[in-house]
Design a protein around this ligand. Structure first.
Ligand code: AGP
Length: 610
């Protein structure tokens, strides 16, 4: 999604803005632009395409040096990616960058046209600029004009705004879109997220909705509606700039997959006490999990797929019924929510608009909410009744990998905790599962990672295909959904995931000579069932790659073309290992196809619009 950056300080703004935009590249974008605030004038350069293209244009434009400016990476929503539709947008005295969607932009544009405004782009953002300018003309006050415009807007926004007659000042306001501010030795910043400023400081502010941020060379200030100074707590990132760098890996995605063993240990260990789950420090009151009669797990994409794993763990260990819901559907289908229900929101970024809306819907219905989120202080984390942070560290690649694995780990631990509180699991069994989550699971993944090149060699056999099917049963069926999404999003190979037993009810008609099928076998009890499905597809010409536990491969003849043995005990270690194996498969397939693995086309890291 769009990234915004703003700087005002004592050093030239342009290099800092470009560095900030590069740090935000991972969010996904198709155009970029900057505006520099000079003495009584604003100079804007913007361009479709990568930041390199913008830089070329900037060199040619030779703008006067400036100590203050704003920048933007755009992920098109209203209007195609083009120079004209790129941000910043100007109307009268106002130049701004925007992340979000102005839903009522057409009605506002109509109103503003009657006041003489003309629009040149197809964007909703240009309407936002005109609306702020309209109120600025009336009041002459930046803060009043921003509050007044915000009142008129239906939708989401984080705006970074320059007023032509206020050089050196940037104003910002947000609703449902992320925004941070920071003061550093060089000057002050606003940005979409802390990655853009981590090089300069580890301390930052995360302004709440309903206040205005003003930055200048002198510092960062916050104002409420009455024009009074408002408070905003300082937050601190607990990771260094090196965590957000590739550190010798070809891609962030590969680096993040390799960080999984550590991320799981780091996430699970602090939630164990005496070898059993203890969420007391994160989510007091959660201990009484037995009171919940039903759980809804809500998320999008990969997070929702982690929810499918959570359903299996919770239903198996704690015997509490779980519905897994796609966040964008949840709020519109009037879900049945009852007093003894718990809604768990899963999100890496904590800023996904659909997940945030689902959380608000659940809260409005008075049910208990729990967020499992990776980004500390993010909107979902703040608004939920309780939060458990996954401690995966920054995830930069658009394709989520380590965040998924830690979400699955925390859900397994949560399931054990619920099982204990319901007395549904004997303590020694609970202890064994917890032990496995901190030892056998990460150790098995680490052994798998050492065989990344073997998975690459296998992936080579499948890089030319157009379509691919994933099959598995039980937990493997849930793992397949994520394996399939990963492959689609970065390699652009069409794929579908099917429970192995369901294939014969329709989709098997697509299996013809040479169609590739990936089969997962980590559940010992279902091994023979999956092998039958493998036979069915092979007898119709499929080329089958099977990821199976060593135990399954030893005890059965698996009729496949390629076999990868997972060196992991069956149960949780094998399941987590299979998840990582499919991530590596997708990674290598995409890299072998020469694709931009970390920035797949059309995708954004944090989807902050509906
Ligand atoms: C993951 O690979 C995807 N890019 C995407 O499905 C993602 O998981 C989804 O948008 C949810 O994001 P969140 O976890 O930040 O809420």
């Amino acid at each position: 999604m769009c990234g915004i950056i703003g700087f005002s300080g004592a050093t030239p703004a342009l290099p800092l803005l470009l560095d900030g935009l590069r740090a935000l590249e991972y969010r996904g974008y198709d155009s970029a632009g900057v505006a520099l605030s000079g003495d009584g004038a604003t100079f804007t350069v913007k361009s479709r395409g990568r930041i390199d293209t913008l830089e070329e244009k900037l060199k040619a434009a030779d703008l006067p040096p400036a100590l203050c400016g704003i920048g933007h990476t755009r992920w098109a929503t209203h209007g195609e990616p083009s120079d004209l539709n790129s941000h910043p947008h100007t109307a009268g005295a106002v130049t701004l960058v925007h992340n979000g969607i102005i839903e009522n932009y057409a009605a506002l544009a109509h109103r503003l046209t009657l006041s003489g405004y003309k629009f040149h782009s197809e964007t909703d953002t240009e309407v936002g600029a005109a609306l702020i300018d309209f109120y600025y003309r009336l009041s002459g006050d930046p803060q009043n004009s921003l509050f007044a415009a915000a009142d008129d807007i239906r939708g989401s926004f984080a705006f970074g705004v320059l007023f032509e007659d206020r050089p050196g000042e940037i104003y910002a306001i947000r609703r449902d879109s992320p925004l941070i501010a920071a003061h550093t030795e060089k000057g002050s910043f606003i940005a979409s997220d802390v990655t853009a400023v981590i090089e300069h400081t580890s301390e930052y502010f995360r302004p709440r909705e309903g206040i205005i941020v003003k930055i200048s060379a002198g510092g960062v200030e916050f104002f409420d509606r009455e024009g009074q100074k408002a408070d905003c707590e300082t937050e601190r990132v607990d990771w260094s700039v090196s965590r957000a760098q590739r550190s010798g890996y070809a891609h962030f995605m590969l680096k993040e997959i390799f960080e999984e063993p550590e991320a799981i240990r780091k996430t699970v260990s602090p939630r164990l006490s005496g070898g059993l789950p203890d969420f007391g420090k994160d989510a007091p009151g959660l201990a009484e999990l037995s009171r919940f009669r039903r759980i809804h797990i809500v998320g999008c994409g990969t997070a929702m797929h982690a929810g499918l794993m959570g359903k299996i763990f919770i239903e198996k260990f704690a015997r509490i019924p779980v519905c897994v819901e796609i966040a964008s559907e949840f709020r519109y289908r009037d879900p049945i929510l009852e007093p003894h229900d718990l809604v768990i929101l899963l999100s890496q970024s904590g800023e996904t608009a659909d997940t945030l809306a689902a959380l608000r819907h659940a809260k409005s219905r008075g049910v208990a909410t729990l967020a499992i989120v990776n980004v500390i202080g993010s909107s979902v984390a703040r608004e939920a009744d309780r939060v458990i942070y996954t401690l995966a560290g920054p995830e930069i690649a658009v394709a989520s990998t380590k965040a998924y694995s830690v979400q699955c780990a925390i859900l397994a631990l949560f399931a054990v905790s619920a099982a204990l509180s319901k007395k549904a699991l004997p303590e020694p069994t609970a202890r064994r599962i917890c032990e496995s989550l901190v030892n056998a699971v990460p150790d098995s993944i680490a052994r798998l990672l050492a065989k990344s090149e073997r998975i690459c060699a296998l992936a080579r056999n499948y890089t030319d295909c157009e379509d691919l099917f994933f099959i598995g049963r039980g937990i493997d069926s849930a793992l397949c959904t994520e394996g399939s999404l990963k492959l689609k999003e970065i390699s652009y190979i069409h794929s579908e995931a099917y429970p192995a037993g369901e294939l014969k009810h329709g989709t098997i008609s697509l299996i013809t000579d040479g169609v590739p099928v990936i089969a997962l076998i980590t559940e010992t009890s279902l091994c023979e069932k999956v092998i039958s499905a493998v036979r069915e597809v092979r007898s119709r010409g499929a080329r089958v790659l099977c990821f199976a536990t060593r135990e399954a491969a030893r005890d059965h003849t698996i009729p496949c073309d390629d076999l990868f043995e997972l060196d992991a005990p069956s149960g949780l270690p094998a399941a987590f290992c299979a998840a990582t194996a499919l991530q590596l498969f997708a990674y290598h397939a995409a890299a072998l196809r020469g694709l931009d693995v970390d920035k797949p086309r059309n995708l954004a890291k944090s989807v902050t619009v509906e």
